[in-house]
Design a protein around this ligand. Structure first.
Ligand code: FE2
Length: 128
């Protein structure tokens, strides 16, 4: 499992969705049957957008001062994911593509959670 306890923000909804994201990435990296790649990437792509939307709604509701910057990180990530998805569908689970998923998707997500989602969680928990 790619998710680990240090990624916990303490906000249940966000943590549950992060776990699901990593579970889907685990599935993707484990695929032996190339026919399933597109469906898994589709699901993952949609789930990423849903998760970001939920987070952004939470930011708006909490009047989070860094909401706009945070949304920009999300938007850029969606673009990166789309490009990777196209490449992955075209070329399949090559060693290079799996490495790229690990670096781009997993690495980015972990860094984003550790820095930006945790920063929001701290703000959120300090609200009266
Ligand atoms: Fe986020």
């Amino acid at each position: 499992m790619l998710w680990s306890k240090n990624l916990e923000t303490g906000i249940d909804m966000i943590d549950e969705q992060h776990k699901e994201l990593f579970r889907q990435i685990d599935i993707l990296l484990d695929i032996k049957n190339e026919n399933r790649i597109e469906a898994t990437l589709d699901f993952l792509g949609k789930y990423i957008v849903k998760h970001f939307t939920d987070e952004q709604n939470m930011h708006a509701q909490a009047k989070y001062p860094k909401a706009a910057a945070h949304k920009e990180y999300h938007d850029n990530y969606v673009q990166t994911f789309r490009k990777l998805k196209e490449k992955y569908i075209k070329e399949g689970p090559t060693v290079t593509n799996n490495m790229e998923v690990n670096k781009t998707v997993v690495g980015w997500l972990k860094d984003h959670i550790l820095v930006h989602d945790k920063e929001f969680a701290q703000f959120y928990k300090s609200l009266p």
